[in-house]
Design a protein around this ligand. Structure first.
Ligand code: ZN
Ligand code: ZN
Length: 451
């Protein structure tokens, strides 16, 4: 069994990995890079001739793991496409949105190859997806391999993927969280019999303060919201449409129930509403907290219609949970922030990961009075509002990931889904704690023999 990384750079980008054994070829994940455009945003599928893959396994519905799945399906017509049901249903909504985004990027930025697929082609692809349940082993069609999906605790439907062949085994964590979030329960991963571990390393450079507790972090957010309210300002929380939006809304509901924040109107954005419908649909059907809680029914919320999504009224004493989480150019949170961040009464509260070089990262790094360019088509604005960051990550801490690997004691570890300094932290740690284990930092297409 051989592994190859198809991700173009060692970072969190367009994730995709290849497993080869004899004639058997399995692709794990088929992501798109959030920052690049066109074919450069895709993984490099060079080593896989057309129509030779037997299966594509998808860990979860975030863009960096599912974004180019329809393109891969077009080139790999015999491949069985396997994922959990929530990943498929949420993934389909995400990919339809992606068709719209790519279409406007073609028009506005001249990316000629966009859209990489159409709504109709996507519907055809989805019809072939096979849904598998967590912790139920299944045969990968046309191969001698067996696979099992395990709850990864990251977002709705997210799964780690076990692949077994004649007594040898590989486990791909995908994006994982070993701590419970507000809705999503902590990962439920296998604790033994893993020969090869493919480990995400997103937070390898983040050192959590020793005094951190999720509860105190929530109370700190509540305090910031309260102070902003009392000053007559509003709070903008940039969130990803999938996962972070729903987690944040239920957390705000908890804070309101506990009377830690005053009652105030909450706005959320367009795609977020579509994904929230699916969170509500699966609320009592999957392993999660608040199994009977329906976000759209049980929280009073204002959802502007799609055609007015850039035109949300700015009013005092209001919470705006708007996507995207990194305030990427062209998104609702980016356009909204332009008129928002020059008001000293307001607060921007970051609750998740912002990639370097994104507008969100620029706002986070700026000081009061700095001039910020949010987008090429908007004049620069002066940052005068308060900016706060909170640790409610959907990814496990580096310590929790390292400890998991140390419990498993695999023969080999392959580090993926992280910037180089993040991977280096894990490599250094495992040299000490797992001296017998081979640790790989795979470059593009470099073959690694697994067993
Ligand atoms: Zn993810
Ligand atoms: Zn990811």
């Amino acid at each position: 069994m051989r592994f190859r990384n198809l991700t173009r750079r060692r970072e969190i980008g367009a994730n995709s990995y290849l497993l080869e054994s004899g004639d058997d070829r399995i692709i794990i994940d088929a992501g798109m890079h959030p920052k690049y455009r066109g074919f450069q945003a895709m993984p490099d599928f060079g080593p896989i001739p057309p129509n030779t893959a037997d299966a594509i396994l998808v860990s979860h519905a975030h863009h960096d793991h599912i974004g180019c799945l329809p393109v891969v399906q077009r080139n790999q017509k015999n491949a069985a496409v396997i994922m959990t049901e929530p990943t498929g249903e949420v993934g389909s909504a995400m990919l339809h949105n992606s068709v719209n985004v790519m279409t406007s990027q073609r028009e506005e930025q001249g990316v000629n190859e966009y859209p990489l697929f159409t709504h109709r082609e996507l519907d055809g692809c989805k019809a072939d997806w096979i849904y598998r349940e967590l912790e139920r082993p299944f045969q990968i069609p046309n191969t001698d391999l067996e696979a099992t999906l395990f709850d990864a605790g990251h977002i709705i439907g997210s799964a780690g993927i076990m692949v077994r062949q004649n007594g040898s085994s590989l486990f791909y964590t995908g994006d994982v969280n070993f701590e419970s979030q507000t809705i999503t329960q902590a990962a439920s991963f296998p604790e033994e019999d893993v020969d090869v571990l493919i480990l995400e390393t997103t937070r390898g450079t983040y050192e959590r303060p020793a005094e951190y507790t999720r509860r105190s972090e929530k109370e700190r957010l509540a305090q910031v919201i309260k102070e902003t309210y009392e000053a007559g300002g509003s709070v903008l929380i940039p969130v990803f449409a999938l996962g972070k939006t729903q987690e944040t809304l239920v957390m705000l509901h908890e804070l309101l129930e506990q009377e830690l924040v005053p009652e105030m109107p909450i706005y959320m954005g367009g795609l977020s509403a579509k994904i929230t419908v699916l969170y509500d649909h699966y609320a009592s059907k999957i392993r999660r907290h608040y199994p009977n809680f329906r976000i759209l029914e049980d929280i009073d919320m204002l959802v502007p219609p799609r055609r007015r999504r850039y035109d949300i009224p700015q009013q005092p004493r209001t919470i705006y949970a708007l996507s995207s989480g990194m305030m990427t150019e062209g998104t609702t949170s980016n356009k909204f922030a332009w008129k928002f961040l020059d008001n000293p009464k307001n607060t921007i509260a970051f609750v998740g990961y912002t990639d370097s070089e994104t507008p969100g990262a620029r706002v986070r790094a700026a000081k009061e009075g700095d001039t910020i360019q949010l987008s090429d088509d908007l004049p620069p604005t002066k940052l005068q509002c308060r900016v706060e960051s909170f640790d409610f990550s959907a990814h496990g801490t580096r310590e929790s990931l390292a400890e998991y690997a140390e419990r498993l004691q695999p023969k080999k570890i392959i580090l993926v889904h992280g910037e180089e300094p993040a991977q280096a932290w894990f490599e250094t740690r495992f040299k000490e704690t797992l001296p017998e284990t081979e640790v790989h930092l795979p470059g593009l297409h470099t073959p690694i023999d697994l067993w």
